[in-house]
Ligand binder design. Structure first.
Ligand SMILES: NC(=O)c1ccc[n+]([C@@H]2O[C@H](COP(=O)([O-])OP(=O)(O)OC[C@H]3O[C@@H](n4cnc5c(N)ncnc54)[C@H](O)[C@@H]3O)[C@@H](O)[C@H]2O)c1
Length: 296
């Protein structure tokens, strides 16, 4: 596999394109507008500059990486000659089904189609194509150039051969792939989201405050970031949506989202991206400041 198409140049898509291009693959980066592509390419250039500064790569490698990426606003044009397509468009089921239908029509029958979805069923995505054995999940973690894990998700019909090739490909990117089956939340979110939800329930029930909950998990469990800070970083709307996928898909009340999380999302307190979640991000310092709502 030499030619890779990446769909979506947002947070994940530009990171995925960066990592493939840096490892010598030719990448077609596809998004719906020139503005989105320019933003994605600017982020890649900025992240490469940071790697140069840290002496992880040299200027020549930076130039080579950028030269390996070509941008497109049409899926048909960008995905035409791809051996592998990695879809990292907005997390929306109808949108992904539409993209995979189109990919199935425009790509060669040998092309493997992967999705970076955090929560949508790979089996469902595969069902709109005529090649369900060649559809697979490649769940990269944010930030992609830094995080080692790729969760490889086998849909109901994904073949052994395709799984093996994608495991090998992930290793070529310097990543560590782990194979899991396609059930709601896969492994990463099935375990992470209930932990975050339990932290929010603990706050909601007054067991401890924001700082105390995060500190117990950081200092006691050696987590680099507490669960409430992590929820703010991921986005509280994203956490709620994944918890709903777990709750609906597995039908077990243990996955019910905490009412406090639902209220915060309804109030527009989505975490770092909205300026406030469990912490306040609008005060201009790098220190973590607990949001005024949660101050004792
Ligand atoms: N952000 C994370 O931490 C994270 C982690 C793992 C997986 N994911 C998954 O990665 C995917 C992308 O998430 P993100 O955070 O990068 O989102 P994002 O909003 O940053 O980027 C999505 C991009 O997709 C583009 N897009 C929308 N419709 C398109 C179309 N029809 N064709 C081409 N491009 C289109 C948008 O213009 C945007 O640039 C989602 O499936 C998400 O669940 C996200």
């Amino acid at each position: 596999m030499e030619n890779i198409a990446v769909i979506g140049s947002g947070t994940m898509g530009n990171g995925i394109a960066h990592v493939f291009a840096q490892n010598g693959f030719k990448v077609s980066l596809i998004d719906i507008s020139e503005a989105a592509l320019e933003k994605g390419m600017a982020t890649i250039a900025k992240n490469l500059d940071r790697q140069v500064k840290k002496e992880k790569i040299d200027e020549a490698k930076k130039t080579e990486t950028l030269n390996n990426i070509t941008t497109f606003t049409s899926v048909k044009e960008g995905a035409k000659g791809a051996d592998l397509v990695v879809e990292a468009a907005t997390e929306n089921t109808d949108l992904k089904l539409k993209i995979f239908k189109e990919l199935d029509e425009v790509c060669d029958e040998k092309t493997i189609l992967a999705s970076n979805t955090s929560s949508i069923s790979i089996t469902k995505i595969a069902s709109v194509t005529n090649r369900p054995e060649k559809v697979i999940g490649m769940h990269f973690m944010n930030p992609v150039p830094v995080m080692k894990l790729v969760e490889i998700i086998r849909g109901y019909s994904t073949s052994d051969e395709v799984t093996e090739r994608i495991m090998e490909m992930s290793k070529k990117l310097g990543k560590i792939p782990e194979e899991v089956n396609d059930y709601p939340g896969f492994i990463a979110n099935r375990i992470l989201m209930p932990m975050i939800n339990e932290a929010i329930f603990s706050l909601f029930e007054g067991v401890a405050g924001v700082k105390e909950i995060d500190s117990v998990m950081k200092l006691g469990m050696a987590h680099p970031m507490g669960p409430l800070q992590l929820a703010d970083f991921i986005g509280l709307d994203v956490c709620l949506s994944i918890l709903n996928v777990l709750h609906d898909g597995l039908g077990d009340p243990k996955y019910r989202p905490c009412p406090l999380l639902i209220n915060m999302v309804q109030a527009g307190k989505l975490g770092a991206k909205s300026g406030e979640g469990f912490y306040d991000y609008g005060h201009g310092t790098k220190d973590l400041v607990v949001a005024s709502t949660f101050k004792k």
